[in-house]
Design a protein around this ligand. Structure first.
Ligand SMILES: *Cc1c(COP(=O)(O)O)cnc(C)c1O
Length: 427
């Protein structure tokens, strides 16, 4: 084991450790398969008796190095990459739930995850109760059922920018014997490490800040190793009793703190196959190397833009937790003392048509179905990402029909502000 470096150093140094004479930069092992000298060596890999690579759907050295870096950034014990954030959240739940089970999720989560939990997983017999993230401990307790297996929420909700009281959610989950799973996409481990506040598992859409350049869709799941599955063995038989599809292995008995990620790899990735290409993992790693620098600038620029918008007569409201009068400012100061992220929400005065005219008048700030990239971009969830939701569902998810989601990039803040200013002048 090497020294426990600070997070900026981990962004650069973690994951790939070349031996004497090996490439300095993480190589792209663009190979589906790996060669062995005798049949017995290969057989032991299939029995999970030896560690090694045999087929990229299960494991690949490039992917593993990047998963290891994210694991170290989050302070976890094991991690894996997936081909998208959607796959990460699906695996994170499906790894501990089966037909007949139930989960609890914040109702402000990303629209794609909301559909996954509310519609698609329901068809597989896993139901979800959506709760208000601001609900009291007692109100949250009411959502639990005997078959509840996990609680899920986002550190900073996309796009309503609700900051989660992670400790409250961790307590309610643990008091009911289930893990807290946190989607930490918007905060990134640079600004918040949910394990330090009691979360058990963290997921990411690496597509966002971690990649940071809008190049590769991807996801990650990281386990803290802190949840004691065996203490609640009857709830989690998939981890605590023999897996007949894997030679009768019991994951917790054989892999201890790595049981959860080993099962997700050996069973879910084997059967469902949402693996990223090594090329995409390589691109993600380049993004991770500058994550600490970029997050700082995203937050600095967003703070300036939020203050500008708040002071503008044609802007009806601004939601950015960095603003002192924001409803989530106190939670942000506690959980995200170095800044939240570059994403904010606001509304312009006028009707829906005014919103559309404002967006169409922007010159540099682009209308893009994306957030958290180096280029400033903007989106109107009610007409774009969340258009399948009813007005009522939008309101429940904290999304006003006039909500504009602005993702502040890494350009000069004055240029971003000038573009917004000229577009506001035209409405
Ligand atoms: C984008 C996003 C996802 C989905 O990730 P993809 O990489 O697009 O599949 C999940 N959670 C959050 C918070 C997101 O912003």
């Amino acid at each position: 084991m090497e020294r426990d470096y600070r997070i900026e150093t981990k962004c650069i140094q973690s994951g790939w450790h070349p031996k004497c004479g090996e490439p300095r930069v993480l190589p792209i092992f663009q190979s589906t398969t790996f060669k062995y000298d005798d049949s017995d060596q290969m057989g032991r890999l299939f029995d999970l008796e030896a560690e090694g690579y045999f087929y990229t759907r299960l494991q690949n050295p490039t992917n593993d190095a990047v998963a290891q870096k994210i694991t170290e950034l989050e302070g976890g014990v094991a991690g894996m990459l997936t081909s998208s954030g959607q796959a990460a959240n699906y695996y994170a739940i499906f790894n501990i739930c089966e037909t007949g089970d139930h989960i609890i999720a914040s109702n402000t989560i990303y629209g794609g995850t909301f559909n996954l939990f509310g519609t698609t997983m329901r068809k597989q017999g896993i139901t979800c109760t959506f709760v208000n993230p601001d609900a009291s401990y007692e109100e949250l307790c009411e959502a639990f059922r005997p078959n509840t297996k996990a609680v899920f929420a986002e550190t900073i909700a996309n796009p309503s920018i609700v900051v989660l009281d992670i400790e409250k959610f961790a307590k309610v989950a643990h008091d009911h014997g289930v893990p807290l799973i946190i989607d930490n996409t918007f905060a990134t481990p640079i600004n918040c490490r949910p394990f330090e506040w009691g979360a058990d598992i963290v997921t990411h859409s690496t597509t966002k800040y971690m990649d940071g350049h809008a190049m590769a869709v991807g996801g990650a799941i990281i386990d803290s190793g802190n949840f004691d599955w065996d203490a609640h063995a009857e709830k989690f038989p998939g981890l605590t009793s023999p897996d007949e599809s894997y030679h009768g292995i019991t994951y917790t008995a054989k892999f201890g703190k790595k049981a959860y990620i080993t099962k997700a790899t050996a069973q879910l990735m084997r059967d469902l196959g949402s693996i990223p290409s090594p090329m995409n993992a390589f691109l993600l790693n380049i993004g991770l190397e500058t994550l600490h620098l970029r997050m700082e600038r995203h937050c600095e620029n967003a703070q300036k833009v939020a203050e500008f918008l708040q002071g503008h007569e044609k802007v009806a409201w601004v939601n950015y937790a960095g603003l002192p009068d924001n409803r989530y400012h106190a939670l942000a100061e506690k959980y995200l003392p170095n800044g939240t992220c570059g994403v904010m929400a606001f509304g312009v005065k006028g009707d829906r048509e005014t919103t559309v005219r404002f967006m169409d008048a922007l010159q540099m700030v682009a209308i893009v179905t994306h957030v958290a990239d180096a280029r400033t971009c903007i989106l109107h969830p009610a007409s774009h990402t969340h258009r399948q939701m009813t007005e009522e569902q939008l309101k429940e998810a904290g999304i006003e029909p006039d909500l504009i989601r602005l993702s502040v990039g890494l350009e000069n803040a004055e240029d971003i502000i000038e573009d917004l200013k000229q577009a506001l002048a035209l409405i």
